[in-house]
Ligand binder design. Sequence first.
Ligand SMILES: *[C@@H]1O[C@H](CO)[C@@H](O)[C@H](O)[C@H]1NC(C)=O
Ligand SMILES: *[C@@H]1O[C@H](CO)[C@@H](O)[C@H](O)[C@H]1NC(C)=O
Ligand SMILES: *[C@@H]1O[C@H](CO)[C@@H](O)[C@H](O)[C@H]1NC(C)=O
Ligand SMILES: *[C@@H]1O[C@H](CO)[C@@H](O)[C@H](O)[C@H]1NC(C)=O
Ligand SMILES: *[C@@H]1O[C@H](CO)[C@@H](O)[C@H](O)[C@H]1NC(C)=O
Ligand SMILES: *[C@@H]1O[C@H](CO)[C@@H](O)[C@H](O)[C@H]1NC(C)=O
Ligand SMILES: *[C@@H]1O[C@H](CO)[C@@H](O)[C@H](O)[C@H]1NC(C)=O
Length: 338
Amino acid sequence: MFQYRYSDIDHSVNIIYAVLLLWILVIPCNVSVHGTHVWPVPYKRLDRRPDVEPYCQALYPFCPTGDPDGQIPCMKASDTISVFRLQAPVWEFKYGDMLGKFHIMHDAIGFASADTGRNFTMEWYELFQLGNCTFPHERENVSAPFWCNQGAACFYEGIDDIHWKQNGTLEKIGEISGEMFNEMARWVQDDNETGVYYETWTVKTDPGANATTWFESYDCSQFVHRTYRKLFELGAVLLSKTQTNYTKIYLYSGEPVYLGDDAIFQQSSTKDLATDIKKFYHSFRPHQSVLEVIISVFEAYEETILEKTFYLYYNSAYWKLQMKHPYFRITYKEIPLP
Ligand SMILES: *[C@@H]1O[C@H](CO)[C@@H](O)[C@H](O)[C@H]1NC(C)=O
Ligand SMILES: *[C@@H]1O[C@H](CO)[C@@H](O)[C@H](O)[C@H]1NC(C)=O
Ligand SMILES: *[C@@H]1O[C@H](CO)[C@@H](O)[C@H](O)[C@H]1NC(C)=O
Ligand SMILES: *[C@@H]1O[C@H](CO)[C@@H](O)[C@H](O)[C@H]1NC(C)=O
Ligand SMILES: *[C@@H]1O[C@H](CO)[C@@H](O)[C@H](O)[C@H]1NC(C)=O
Ligand SMILES: *[C@@H]1O[C@H](CO)[C@@H](O)[C@H](O)[C@H]1NC(C)=O
Ligand SMILES: *[C@@H]1O[C@H](CO)[C@@H](O)[C@H](O)[C@H]1NC(C)=O
């Protein structure tokens, strides 16, 4: 029988290895370091999902047909589960010329059990819609802008074939075992508990291939990519016969400057900054269709407002972006399967 005994030296070497390994695992591979910040700014995960503020009221209930406790059914280990890539236009863009112009798509993943014939849809989206994740509310007697910006995973029975096929995609991209599915389900629950805030914007220096990314979005398509990567890690082979394009919403800016969290709105020393941030978000107050508002504001005010400053809210703190041409873009570009 083997027994390991660590001397103090072995022990400290192990700690150094552990720290290095953690560092490698935690820092994504394409980060760069300019000045004092690590870019892109790592998305902050929480220990657990906080309760939603009662002020935030969903116009459309989140995940109405999902399990109330977010349970994902356990599959038989030997089952064969088909995996589907699902994509459909965001409902508010299904009509009119927005769809053709911008390809604003929502992404999800479908699963179908060979054993039971049951199928399921899994997606990640805003609890209070995109507008509430992109712009804050002004509340009486609350000094800081107020955000209803949680997003979450929703798992429910059924795949609505017609919905996904209509101007979208429903494509089988692989098969996994029931065991892999169950492993993925545990990961989804953890991911759902720790990554809770929706981030609309990807912020880069410019649209070029060598641009530095300052911030990465955290949205439905990022969830789909994370899940594909998890399945790949577990040994799944995923293949698509068509181009796998995704919608991304970009801002272009110089190196961001960290401003601080809600304390900005409580201290007298940052009173002017607090006023500027509130004024900025006041001009973006959402009305009916958020993206339409964003687009019209950007089109109309590009030169005047955005040549100056965009106040980005990321990881529950504010950052100042010095905007650069072309300021803003919605792209629909290929991101290959892992
Ligand atoms: C956005 O949040 C506000 C404030 O809670 C709420 O009244 C509104 O219904 C939300 N919008 C949507 C589309 O859920
Ligand atoms: C994710 O969290 C939300 C919000 O708490 C919850 O409604 C949902 O059921 C959870 N989803 C999964 C798959 O755990
Ligand atoms: C796709 O969208 C266009 C434009 O909104 C619409 O005219 C067309 O009927 C849609 N196609 C299907 C199959 O629904
Ligand atoms: C805001 O504060 C004022 C003065 O204390 C109070 O009269 C008012 O009811 C408060 N409004 C809300 C919405 O709490
Ligand atoms: C999912 O199940 C429903 C109901 O049995 C069926 O109509 C639909 O075609 C299935 N979709 C897929 C992609 O398996
Ligand atoms: C990106 O950087 C590489 C290596 O420095 C260079 O060869 C290439 O031309 C650059 N591409 C663009 C689009 O700037
Ligand atoms: C999908 O992305 C590729 C390259 O990323 C692009 O050339 C192509 O036009 C995109 N397809 C659509 C339908 O926009």
